[in-house]
Ligand binder design. Sequence first.
Ligand code: PLP
Length: 366
Amino acid sequence: MSLVLHVDAPRWRAHLDATVVAYEGALVPVVKGGGYGLGEDLLLAEAGRLRGRGVGQVAVGTYDEAGRALGRGGPLADLLVLEPYRAALADGYPVLDSSALVHTVSDGADLADLLGRVSAPRILLEGLTSLNRHGMPAAQVGALAAAAGSATVEGLALHLPLGTGNEAEVQSWLTAVPSIARVYVSHVTPDQLHRLRAANPGRDLRARVGTALWLGAEGALDVRAHVLDVRAVQAGDRAGYWRRRLHGGHLLVVSGGTAHGVALAAPAAAGRLRQRATVLAEAVLESAGRVRSPFLVGGRHAWFVEPPHMQVSLIELPPGTTPPRVGDPVPVRVRTTTLHADAVVLDGDDPDAGDDDPAQSFSTGA
Ligand SMILES: *Cc1c(COP(=O)(O)O)cnc(C)c1O
């Protein structure tokens, strides 16, 4: 019983390569959050393959992830840690003094603490952008860059919101902090980066990209559950932990539950009216006890009988719908970033890429 994430390997790798080209090689792959549903092992291996295409650095989200990435012993020259170094938390960091680490500093007192623990740290100074998460105002960044002690300032880090105003915001930072040549930007499109690079020939601009890189390949990723049980039921029969009343037709038990991240809805941004209408419609159905599941049977979303269990879900098919059989695959429409698949399988993997096995399987390490 398992939930498997299938990757169309040639299509996926073609997208990774095309993304590197679109960013003119100035791209830092981000491997965080368990590896965007694909797993840290696979993504670090792919980041290693992209080294052959001019991508020399990798970013992780946290010090814990940095510890794991370094523990794998791969050929990691530069490992950017996206979370800012915090003196108050540093005792808990699994790794601090590796020469591959590039720390992100967003506070002067934190830098002083880091210098007390690591003799010549490599650091990025983070600017406080309109995202308003971590960072320092431009004047403070400039002052720290000029008085960084034994630290080597390798760049300015700018994390930006999603949207269109990013180009102007990055440009204003480039103007406000002329002393730092290399600038790492997040959530900047290839076109935006191209124009910024062209307008600032003396600067070394690099994009840190996760979602658009790993999950951006149209149709390359698909999640499949399996049918584990099928039973014909009558209207009024009951099933599940909550003895929910069934509508008749067929009751199906399928692999995939809360442990896999199934039906854990990420908060809906619901920006546009249409999105908000969808959220509202789903909420109305939910209050009537009917929740659309992400499991597709016969091309349609089946209804949940009740909230998913740990590893399986109970769904029902209306009368007149031909049920699948035990063992049949069932496509699942889930957000890959919140997915913990039991296995990630690379279909159509190139045997010349270094492995004889035509379909490699990666544990997601979740
Ligand atoms: C997560 C993160 C990224 C990558 O974001 P995506 O939307 O996955 O591309 C880049 N920069 C920072 C600082 C991040 O935290």
